[in-house]
Ligand binder design. Structure first.
Ligand code: DX5
Ligand code: ZN
Length: 221
């Protein structure tokens, strides 16, 4: 299997030092930056919009991935592309016409991932799989950082892996929520190859570099 990628989620970062913290995870070997966008409707929380992507674009060369936890994501795609977004994660539960949204994003020349919430079966991805670059299995209910990993999502990660290997072998399988040195190896064993981690990286008392080393070390065991 290819090396597991780490995608620090800036939701847990110190926003007063955001540029610095992103530079630090880049130096520590992060593979991409995960930007959680929340609208207070699709999820019961507000976070950030395209202006944050625009600012980050100036301070990092890493790919910026926008996790859109919003209703009607189509309204905002062009704005995020202008700001410098490289890839989108849209929710199966958040679009009326997923295929249209997927085609819209492909038309903008960006990578497209589809996210599914904990209660949504992997099977909903079967028909859209040939058109997408990435699957995101939410391992917590979206909306907040610092939540506990839901172990019931592990068999679903394995089902998504089976589907990817069968239909679209190049597609990445990302997990998001409650990922730390204990849960990361479980998710990877189930088939994940991209790990989003917020609090486990940005809220570590020894700092982000040590936190990322600890995550990588946990995967070697
Ligand atoms: C949750 C977000 C996550 C969140 C993960 O809705 O999609 O990306 O930042 O945070 P941790 O790693 O703290 O669970
Ligand atoms: Zn996320």
């Amino acid at each position: 299997m290819t090396a597991v990628k780490l995608a620090p989620s800036i939701l847990a970062a110190d926003f007063a030092r955001l540029g610095e913290q992103v530079a630090e995870v880049e130096r520590a070997g992060a593979d991409r930056i995960h930007v959680d966008v929340m609208d207070g409707h699709f999820v019961p929380n507000l976070s950030m919009g395209a202006v944050v992507v625009e600012s980050l674009r100036r301070v990092t060369r890493l790919p910026l991935e926008a996790h859109l936890m919003i209703l009607n994501p189509d309204f905002f795609l062009e704005e995020f592309v202008q700001a410098g977004t490289d890839s989108f994660l849209v929710h199966w539960e958040g679009t009326n016409d997923l295929s249209r949204t997927v085609q819209h994003i492909k038309g903008l020349g960006k990578r497209i991932g589809v996210a599914i919430n904990p209660a949504t079966p992997a099977a909903v991805l079967e028909e859209i799989m040939p058109d997408i670059d990435q699957v995101l299995v939410m391992t917590v209910n979206p909306g907040f950082g610092h939540q506990h990993f839901l172990p019931t999502t592990l068999p679903k990660i394995a089902r998504a892996r089976e589907m990817i290997d069968r239909i679209k072998p190049g597609c990445s399988l990302e997990v998001d929520g409650g990922i730390d040195a204990t849960t990361a190896p479980l998710a990877v064993a189930a088939g994940a190859d991209v790990l989003v981690a917020g609090s486990a990286i940005f809220n570590d008392s020894e700092g982000v570099t040590a936190a990322m080393q600890r995550l990588r070390a946990a995967l070697q065991q």
